[in-house]
Design a protein around this ligand. Structure first.
Ligand SMILES: Cc1cc2nc3c(=O)[nH]c(=O)nc-3n(C[C@H](O)[C@H](O)[C@H](O)COP(=O)(O)OP(=O)(O)OC[C@H]3O[C@@H](n4cnc5c(N)ncnc54)[C@H](O)[C@@H]3O)c2cc1C
Length: 400
């Protein structure tokens, strides 16, 4: 069983692989490297796993992608979520998975066709159970939505889960060691490539390092003189405790025309939206929230879900908890996964705006690349793709 602890000097020495960053992406990576038979140490600078961006997420997952490389990560990841206890080998282990569906809704006649085309593409990419819902079907399934809706893409097996349980499950289900309160301060190199990681608590000798430092992945890249094409952008969400009845069986509901979303959460509801004017910023551990964010978001979600008008009238400031973290964008809005050829032994697994839902398969891909069962050229998310003239933005369902 993996151990999560603050190491002492005796815990340092030689190890097969070091993962830098203990969010969901790093933890899933450590899991798969350990399952591949490697002795693995993950270093996390904070006092627990998944305490930075990962807990700020809405914890949702979907197979509905139009970009081939994203679908290729999302679909097998969802299959792992569905059988998570078997994946980690802990019978009965629960990640509180809720497959209540995921409609991308529109009330704009001009976008109906785009959604239909998106469904065709999803089917081509393997999400064969997603469907286009006409207005009557939407209202029959979700009577709490506005009668102005015109269409939606929908997949019943999409949904959400508990990031805490997912992280702990990956950690407990492997033999890696998870060093918390341990900050990577430098990466050593010799003529063969990487040879160790310096931390505030000791030195780890290794020939394999994975950068899974989330919003700080750019800083870790600088430790080996890499300038990674990563742009952290703040994103916020709000939990509202409310006495207004929220249909707890409702799906994760998205309005593609204003990039807002909501889903039920025990005791209330989670709401959020993606502000395309939010600037790129420097990563930080403390991410501020805007006092007006809940009001703006309520205004957006009520457009297609009228019961938010009632919440808007009754909600009080103490009922609302706003949290924030970073989406990390790359030039094609898809993650960077794989080795960096000019620095032997250095791998990256970062550049996520949907890292929770993609983490299981992304971690497995890193392990396959490290042990050599996957040829880097067969990995479309290889970090070298931009230099190769590849890596173009795909058609998305909404701004993200
Ligand atoms: C409002 C919001 C909603 C979101 N909703 C969703 C969603 O519904 N579904 C989804 O899939 N994604 C969602 N996301 C995105 C998702 O949260 C992230 O993509 C994901 O959590 C990234 O995981 P990570 O492990 O890369 O990063 P993190 O969780 O940030 O982990 C990186 C870790 O690296 C550590 N670290 C950094 N530098 C060092 C160092 N030098 N030494 C040691 N440790 C270091 C940090 O302390 C941190 O713990 C959302 C994000 C936000 C902000």
């Amino acid at each position: 069983m993996g151990r999560i602890y603050t190491p002492t000097a005796n815990d340092f020495g030689n190890t097969d692989a070091v993962v830098i960053g203990g969010g969901i992406v790093g933890t899933a990576t450590a899991f798969w490297l350990s399952k591949a038979g490697l002795d693995v140490v993950l270093v996390e600078m904070r006092d627990g796993l998944s305490t930075l961006t990962t807990p700020a997420s809405a914890e949702c997952f979907r197979a509905q992608f139009a970009e081939p490389a994203m679908a290729a990560l999302a679909i097998p990841s969802i299959e792992m979520f569905e059988h998570f206890a078997d994946v980690i080998g802990i019978p009965g282990y629960s990640i509180s998975i809720k497959q209540q569906g995921y409609p991308f809704l529109t009330d704009n006649p001009e976008t109906v066709n785009d959604l239909k085309e998106n469904i065709d593409q999803q089917h081509r990419l393997g999400a064969t159970d997603s469907e286009f819902l006409e207005r009557d079907e939407i209202l029959a399934r979700f009577p709490f939505l506005s009668a102005s809706v015109l269409g939606a893409t929908f997949r019943q097996r999409d949904g959400w889960l508990s990031c805490h349980e997912l992280t702990q499950g990956f950690a407990k289900g492997c033999d890696a060691r998870f060093f918390i309160n341990t900050k990577a301060a430098g990466i050593h190199m010799d003529d063969k490539g990487v040879c160790g990681v310096d931390t505030n608590r000791g030195f780890l000798q290794t020939r394999t390092v994975v950068n899974a430092a989330g919003p700080f992945a750019g800083e870790v890249g600088k430790m080996v003189n890499l300038d990674l094409p990563l742009e952290p952008v703040r994103r916020q969400k709000v939990y509202i405790e409310t006495s207004v009845t929220i249909p707890q069986a409702a799906p994760f509901t998205i309005d593609v025309n204003n990039n807002s979303y909501w889903r039920p959460e025990p005791g209330g509801v989670i709401i959020g939206w993606v502000d395309s004017d939010e600037p790129v910023s420097q990563p930080s551990e403390t991410v501020p929230t805007d006092w007006e964010f809940p009001a703006i978001t309520l205004d957006k979600v009520k457009r297609l879900t009228p019961f938010f008008e009632e919440i808007e009238k009754t909600v009080r400031q103490p009922d609302m908890t706003t949290s924030a973290g970073f989406y990390v964008y790359t030039p094609d809005d898809q993650p960077l996964i794989g080795p960096v050829p000019e620095i032997p032994g250095f791998y990256i697994n970062c550049g996520y705006w949907a890292g929770v839902m993609l983490s299981p398969e992304a971690g497995k891909r890193i392990a396959d690349l490290v042990i050599g069962t996957l040829d880097p050229r067969e990995n479309p998310l290889r970090p070298t793709r931009f230099k190769e003239g590849l890596g173009k933005k795909g058609k998305t369902l909404m701004s993200h």
